[in-house]
Design a protein around this ligand. Structure first.
Ligand code: ATP
Ligand code: MG
Length: 414
């Protein structure tokens, strides 16, 4: 019987895992410096949470959710994104009682039933951050600045920050009508999904990935021309702060994002090196979502980074050393093997990475393994060493050698 992983999912193992660790470490450092604390939510949630927040006419809810009925008859969905669960957690646990803004980050797998292709998986990982309780455009700018710093710290270049404002419930209806007017004469040529979206949610047409729809939206009215006074002011302030912080950006008035809960600021970070799936992070404001979930009025903003795409980018622009054993202990004969095991056990107590050779293998093949593992030091233990109480060590990087008493090995290696 041969097994393989399901379509659209993937395993992560060395050496790639070290790139994942690096990204996760940088995220934790950079996000912590802006006061974001980690939060973990379950992978499964009530289906309702996603339908109501992401929106019934979005691709995610219409086509992409992994939903099932459990033995208790509950409708359950594997989370397709992280924001709705974090908002659910924030409201359910009354986290709004803490001083605001409250800032959280998360990382973990998301699930969407999409057509697998480069940069698009059915289980993929996101690192995301959410800030609750501040409507000030300053926080929008802080968040973009944090993202920029994060990418810079990972050594990435050539990233584009695209920003937009999609207004609020006051200005959106006018824009919706303007879009309907614009698409009215083109409706026959829209894809079947967009024909439905035309009635229910014409903004969604702007997010359609079908080629003909992409052509048909050419010349569509810009949401930024329909912003109410307050949304305009918010957007202008946000953009002026981006300038203050030297964050290069482009305003993309057609970027509406694929989730209905967004209000005002939306943004995407793209990279040319990624090909057609070029968005590596995306986010926006969602000032009404906490209220929709039964919490107090709480403006909020967040983003999510696509880990697989980011791993591809980081791997393409930096070669990091992968971890290697500090010590390889090769053994000759059974007594040497016992003594090597004892020393390894000591060193591992202080978290020194020790690999053991096995005396069943020739010394030559043990040393070959030490080399392949890029071990920093090699020790050889046989009857002679045990008798004299002294060991020969060799540093593989420069070939230097020396001798050391067995009793001093513990202090010798870090
Ligand atoms: P896209 O336009 O690429 O479909 P999206 O608007 O669906 O992205 P979001 O829901 O905002 O994406 O998710 C944020 C990020 O997560 C994306 O920018 C991307 O890097 C990553 N992402 C989204 N869907 C997938 C997927 N199926 N496989 C891998 N990464 C993904
Ligand atoms: Mg998508």
């Amino acid at each position: 019987m041969k097994y393989s992983a399901l379509k659209g999912v993937h395993d992560i193992f060395p050496p790639d895992i070290y790139t994942w660790h690096k990204i996760e470490g940088v995220a934790k450092d950079i996000f912590s410096a802006s006061g974001f604390q980690e939060l973990r939510t379950p992978i499964i949630e009530s289906t309702d949470i996603f339908v109501r927040s992401i929106g019934e006419t979005t691709d995610i809810v219409e086509k992409e959710m992994y939903t099932f009925t459990d033995k208790g008859g509950r409708r359950i969905t594997l989370r397709p994104e992280g924001t709705a669960p974090v908002v659910r957690c924030y409201v359910e646990n009354h986290l709004y009682n803490l001083p605001s803004p409250q800032k959280f980050f998360y990382s973990g797998p998301m699930f969407r039933y999409e057509r697998p292709q480069a940069g698009r998986f059915r289980q993929f990982f996101q690192i995301g951050a959410e800030s609750f309780g501040a409507g000030d455009p300053k926080i929008d700018a802080e968040i973009l600045s944090m993202l920029k710093l994060f990418f810079e710290r990972l050594g990435l270049e050539g990233l584009n920050f695209e920003v937009n404002s999609i207004g609020c419930e006051k200005c959106r209806p006018d824009y919706r009508n303007a879009l309907r007017d614009f698409f009215a004469g083109r409706i026959d040529r829209l894809c079947p999904d967009c024909k439905r979206r035309y009635e229910k949610n014409p903004l969604r047409i702007l997010d359609c990935k079908v080629d003909t729809c992409i052509e048909l939206k050419e010349g569509a009215p810009h949401v930024t021309d329909f912003l109410c006074g307050e949304c305009r002011e918010h957007f202008d302030a946000f953009v002026s702060l981006l300038k203050l912080l030297n964050i290069p950006h482009a305003i993309n008035p057609n970027m509406v994002r694929g989730l209905d809960y967004y209000t005002r600021t939306t943004f995407e970070v793209t990279c040319q090196n990624l090909g057609s799936q070029n968005a590596v992070a995306a986010g926006g404001r969602y000032d009404k979502l906490v209220e929709d979930f039964g919490g107090p009025p709480t403006p909020a903003i967040g983003f999510a980074i696509g880990m697989e795409r980011l791993v591809t980018l980081v791997k393409s622009c930096s070669i990091d050393g992968i971890p290697a054993p500090a010590v390889f202990i090769a053994a000759i004969g059974a007594p040497g093997e016992r003594e090597g095991l004892r020393i390894a056990d000591q060193l591992r107590k202080k978290a020194v990475w020790v690999e053991l050779g096995y005396a069943g293998n020739s010394l030559k093949s043990q040393l070959r393994r030490a080399d392949r593992l890029s071990s920093k030091h090699v020790l050889i233990i046989g009857d002679d060493e045990i008798k004299s109480g002294r060991l020969k060590w060799k540093r593989l990087s420069d070939g230097s050698q020396g001798e050391i008493a067995i009793s001093e090995v513990y202090d010798f290696f870090e």
